[in-house]
Design a protein around this ligand. Structure first.
Ligand code: BGC
Length: 746
């Protein structure tokens, strides 16, 4: 397909029409020019290909596919290779179903655990989210199928999602809400990026030139297509000018007329329209020209992949006295309806029609278990009969496993959660069971954190997240030690919702949502406030133990243009094979700007046999040390010492070392009569020049008995230069200040 020639041959009307889909899921073709139409489909955790009636909310049926663990679950695997492999499988499934673009991954930052769609998102940390998104995209696209990196940008809530205005300051945007997109765009080049529903700082994402052209294309070099979220278009003409290429769903007839009229009247340049059409055609060509029509959907293989992914991702949060893994000899009561009918995927556009669903009861059918539902998924309230039956089963068993969590009504795309509680009926089940059975284990099915006021009453907690259609097998594999848990949390679990940094402003006022907590999202906030949390970011247990040693940096100091190589040894000191997620955090020891205590800048997952030791290494670059400096609109490193921390979690730092980083940025500070003595003295040259003046002022005389010399010096730190005239009396003349400024700024 020669795209330039095609565009030249298209009429204005054909080009305008091309800027929207033909229906819910297809791009438009142009028959007379032989341009075919291709299909796009959700995404991200399995295919939702609707062959019949269409919708974007998961209402109508879709073809049978495999449901994989959702974003928050696979993020806990911290396993780039696994995520990439799952992408490859999804790509093959798309080829088998003739789908050109899979609508994912979704990388929005978890600002609050309330966001109804957190189950689809990876993390509260932008570095982690970006790494995972890049792996996913590389996997899918290696099969010649496109992805859609979504939802761009600052779309961290479902509340009023189509009209809300995310008001985010520049530094927060650059450090928290954009980097996952930036990383994925630069490293994995998604065929498409999906703009979000919301406004960003007053302008809808679908017509936001700054976002879609200046940042995405000019700053990050993106050359792919931007598609609207389904129904995100407000003003289509502005959208084309802003760089939003394809409106979905189609057919967008009125908007095509508006685009045509705008070009004819000169309010929209034909060049902008051509660019949009070229980008749409590029996606069509990329798919059609590399089509692999003989690919088959391998349901059994893919179901096994879903099982493996779930087992690699679930997080063991508590394991008192090594109650897990369970012995197969023990009589175990599986309690809670989720044991039989697990909750394994979220509601909305990511909802998959499953090939087969394996619950824990089925997966454990050959083991010594009894099952009692304990509560009904249909109701939040306790069901006394079910409760009594479960309590009896718990009493008669050697131990009880409670399968609990929240329901589809409580957590879904399209609205936010109201609180972090599990249903009251399930709460009662826990309370009654632990009274009769001291060996109780909780398995939790939920896409995001819940509060656990009952944590001390149970011996173990396995967080299953939304584990995909093979969830039951994965849970049983982990409970009985067929597999060793190796997931760690990619988000903080707060003790209570009220502790979350966005709590005071999350639902905003009307459409206005101000991201007032700024860069202090997730562990960045809890660490800075030194707050207790339920489970920290990066936390997760294993059935074995790991020891860390020999942290080495390849140099003690570097320029910010150099790289730093870090290595550390990790040993499995237990007697089971296991996997450890080694985390690297960077702290800026002293900084003139407000920064988090530490930030994740590396992670590696390593598999170790008992007694085995491996070296894990990381490479850090300027971005690992930098903050976004809004004065220069760029990433900037302040010269000074940084601590490199190697952690088992964000709150369990095993080893650390200090390195000095020198900024290579040449910038000249300009001092004025309003520069404070403190700021001037912080500059070596400034100190030399100004101390002479201070001597002349003889501060001892000024303070007299009323104020000590030290207090006087502290006060002077905040005094602007012009204040010297007032303080110095006759000794200081305006010409002296001018001369001093000349010297300072020379
Ligand atoms: C969702 C997108 C999804 C699209 C198509 C929208 O409601 O926000 O994530 O890809 O529908 O189903």
């Amino acid at each position: 397909m020669d795209i330039k020639i095609l565009v030249a041959e298209m009429t204005l009307e054909e080009k305008a029409a091309m800027c929207a889909g033909s229906d819910f899921w297809h791009t438009k073709g142009v028959e007379r020019l032989g341009v075919p139409s291709v299909m796009v489909t959700d995404g991200p955790c399995g295919l939702r290909k609707q062959a019949g009636e269409s919708d974007h909310l998961g209402l109508n049926a879709s073809v049978t596919a495999v449901s994989y663990p959702t974003g928050s679950c696979i993020a806990s695997s911290f396993d780039r290779e696994l995520i990439q492999r799952s992408g490859e499988i999804l790509g093959e499934e798309c080829q088998a179903e003739d789908v050109a673009v899979l609508l994912g991954p979704a990388v929005n930052i978890k600002r609050s655990p309330l966001c109804g769609r957190n189950f689809e998102y990876f993390s509260e940390d932008p570095y982690a989210a970006g790494e995972m998104a890049a792996a996913y995209i590389k996997g899918v696209q290696s099969k010649q199928v496109g992805t859609s990196l979504k939802h761009f940008a600052a779309n961290s809530q479902e509340h009023r999602r189509m009209t809300s205005d995310s008001v985010v300051d520049e530094r927060t945007l650059r450090e928290l809400y954009l980097p996952a997109f930036e990383k994925a765009v630069k490293e994995a080049k998604p065929w498409t990026v999906m703009c979000s529903y919301n406004k960003l700082n007053g302008t809808y994402a679908s017509e936001n030139h700054r976002l879609l052209t200046e940042i995405l294309r000019e700053d990050w070099g993106y050359d792919g297509m931007v598609v609207s979220d389904w129904g995100a278009v407000n003003d289509r003409v502005k959208g084309v000018a802003a760089g939003m290429d394809l409106e979905m769903p189609g057919p967008g007839k009125e908007n095509a007329t508006k685009i045509t009229e705008a070009v004819l009247s000169g309010t929209l340049s034909e060049e902008d329209l051509n660019k949009a059409v070229e980008r749409v055609l590029k996606v069509v060509a990329q798919y059609i020209e590399n089509r692999q029509p003989n690919t088959a959907f391998q349901y059994e293989r893919d179901h096994e992949m879903a099982r493996q992914m779930a087992a690699e991702s679930m997080v063991l949060l508590k394991n008192e006295a090594g109650i897990l893994p369970l012995s197969k000899e023990k009589k175990v009561a599986f309690l809670g309806e989720f044991a039989k009918h697990p909750r394994f995927q979220g509601g909305g556009s990511s909802h998959v029609t499953c090939y087969k669903i394996t619950g824990a009861v089925e997966a454990a059918k050959d083991l010594n278990i009894v099952y009692a539902p304990g509560y009904s998924i249909e109701s939040q309230e306790p069901q006394e009969e079910l409760l009594a039956e479960a309590v009896k089963a718990a009493k008669e068993a050697d131990c009880a496993v409670l399968f609990i969590g929240i329901t589809d009504e409580m957590e879904s795309e399209g609205f936010d959660r109201k609180n972090l509680k599990i249903p009251f009926g399930q709460q009662r089940l826990i309370e009654e069971v632990v009274k009769v059975q001291k060996n109780t284990i909780a398995v939790i099915h939920c896409g995001a954190p819940v509060e656990m006021p009952w944590l001390n009453d149970v011996k173990a907690v396995l967080y299953a997240y939304l584990g995909g259609e093979a969830v039951g097998s994965a849970v049983v594999d982990l409970l009985y030690g067929e597999k060793n848990p190796s997931g760690k949390l990619a988000e903080t679990f707060p003790l209570r919702l009220e502790d979350n940094p966005s709590y005071l402003y999350y639902f905003g006022e009307g459409d206005l949502t101000e991201y007032r907590e700024g860069i202090f999202v997730g562990y960045r906030y809890y660490d800075k406030k030194d707050m207790e949390v339920l489970f920290p970011f990066g936390y997760g247990l294993s059935y074995t133990e790991f020891a860390y040693s020999s942290l080495r940096l390849d140099r003690d100091s570097l320029k910010d243009t150099d790289s730093l190589h870090v290595s550390v040894k990790v040993e499995n000191i237990g007697n089971r094979a296991g996997k450890e997620i080694v985390q690297l955090y960077v702290q800026d020891n002293e900084s003139s700007v407000i920064r988090p205590v530490k930030e994740l800048k590396g992670f590696e997952k390593v598999e170790l046999a008992p007694g085995e030791e491996k070296e894990v290494s990381f490479t850090l670059d300027k971005r690992s040390f930098a903050y976004y400096n809004t004065e220069i609109s760029d990433w900037d490193v302040e010269t000074g010492d940084f601590t490199i921390m190697i952690g088992k979690s964000s709150r369990d730092i095993a080893l650390s070392a200090v390195v000095r980083v020198e900024s290579t940025r040449q910038y000249k500070r300009v001092f004025t009569i309003n520069s404070t003595f403190g700021d001037i003295m912080a500059d070596p040259k400034g100190q030399e020049i100004v101390s002479k003046m201070l001597e002349k002022m003889n501060l001892d005389d000024i303070g007299g008995e009323a104020i000590s010399k030290d207090a006087m010096m502290a006060m002077m730190g905040y005094m602007p230069l012009r204040g010297a005239l007032m303080m110095g009396g006759d000794k200081i003349r305006p010409e002296m200040i001018e001369g001093l400024l000349d010297q300072l700024n020379a």
